[in-house]
Design a protein around this ligand. Structure first.
Ligand SMILES: C[S@@+](CC[C@H](N)C(=O)[O-])C[C@H]1O[C@@H](n2cnc3c(N)ncnc32)[C@H](O)[C@@H]1O
Length: 290
């Protein structure tokens, strides 16, 4: 069979099982899966469309395709996900970074760069770091920042550790295990967090890729989705430095106003809402003393 026909067949199956929304998405996923099976970049896969597929590569591809048809997330099968222009290892036990988290990275970076001691050192904590995406992207782009990356899940910290090594950031990113701020050894200027915020009743309605594969503890925000965020807001003043300081929290659709009110009261400054590309406020920020 020639590669182009194999990929078209696979794309059709991906659409039929709803793993892909349409044929274009199905084809993209099929190309990435084939690339993983054959050890090729996507561009090379596209360029070889009229070539015959060897039985060995075909077998390896079918095995990966079967996993995707069972609705395993593409990022778990490939073992990686791009975010903020960087490639992170991901796998079972960690949440796959979402596009909206790029907004948290961007606004956290702005809070670090605009901090009055930006020329010296700005200490930042990323609470609920998962694969380390926020902490590592901030450390990578802000050489003056020292990062603490905290998570309760040891599985997540193992992946974050490998990503830290991959980016050569062992000297500026400290990984610590514990509940919320428990393991944090000093006060920091900037707190950033993407904690679970999906209301428990909404978990069942999530896509199978999320509901059946991603860790519930990374998603489940309790009754109204804000259980963990409320706990963080309650204790955050205790972990903030006394000078200029900022807190940035990613929130779910419809949660920003409530979180803004709680955070402003706890940190003692006005809250700003940052909207995603669809215009929905997804990051709540409070800065004091800038
Ligand atoms: C929504 S995921 C975010 C992961 C990553 N920061 C990202 O943006 O892709 C939430 C993370 O918070 C962690 N987490 C949940 N509750 C926590 C708690 N009480 N203390 C520390 N980490 C927690 C989970 O293990 C998970 O890795």
């Amino acid at each position: 069979m020639i590669l182009r026909a194999l990929l078209h067949d696979a794309a059709t199956q991906l659409v039929a099982t709803r793993a892909a929304g349409d044929l274009d998405e199905g084809r993209l996923e099929a190309e990435l899966l084939y690339g993983a099976a054959a050890g090729l970049e996507r561009t090379q896969v596209i360029a070889r469309g009229s070539e015959d597929v060897t039985p060995e590569v075909s077998g390896a591809f079918e095995a990966l395709l079967a996993r995707r048809l069972a609705r395993e997330p593409l990022a778990y099968i490939l073992g990686r996900r791009e975010c903020y222009g960087m490639t992170f290892e991901v796998g079972r036990g960690v949440l796959v970074p979402r596009p909206e988290t790029e907004l948290l990275i961007e606004t956290t970076l702005a809070a670090v760069r605009e901090h009055p001691s930006a020329r010296r050192l700005v200490r930042v904590v990323d609470v609920g770091t998962g694969c380390g995406v926020v902490a590592l992207a901030v450390a990578w782009h802000a050489p003056n920042a020292k990062l603490y990356a905290l998570d309760r899940a040891t599985a997540a910290l193992a992946v974050a550790g490998r990503n830290r090594t991959r980016f050569g950031l062992r000297d500026r990113v400290v990984l610590l295990q514990g509940d919320l701020f428990d393991a944090l050894p000093e006060r920091v200027e900037v707190v950033t967090a993407n904690l679970p915020y999906v209301p428990t009743v909404e978990l069942e309605a999530l896509a199978p890729e999320v509901r059946d594969w991603e860790p519930a503890w990374a998603l489940n925000g309790g009754k109204d989705g804000l259980e963990m965020i409320r706990r963080l807001i309650y204790c955050v003043p205790e972990y903030l430095a006394s000078g200029p300081r900022a807190v940035l929290l990613e929130v779910g659709d419809g949660q920003a106003t409530k979180v803004a009110r709680l955070l402003a009261a706890a940190v003692g400054g006005p809250a700003r809402l940052h909207a995603d590309l669809a215009g929905r406020p997804r990051v709540v920020e409070v800065r004091v003393g800038y």
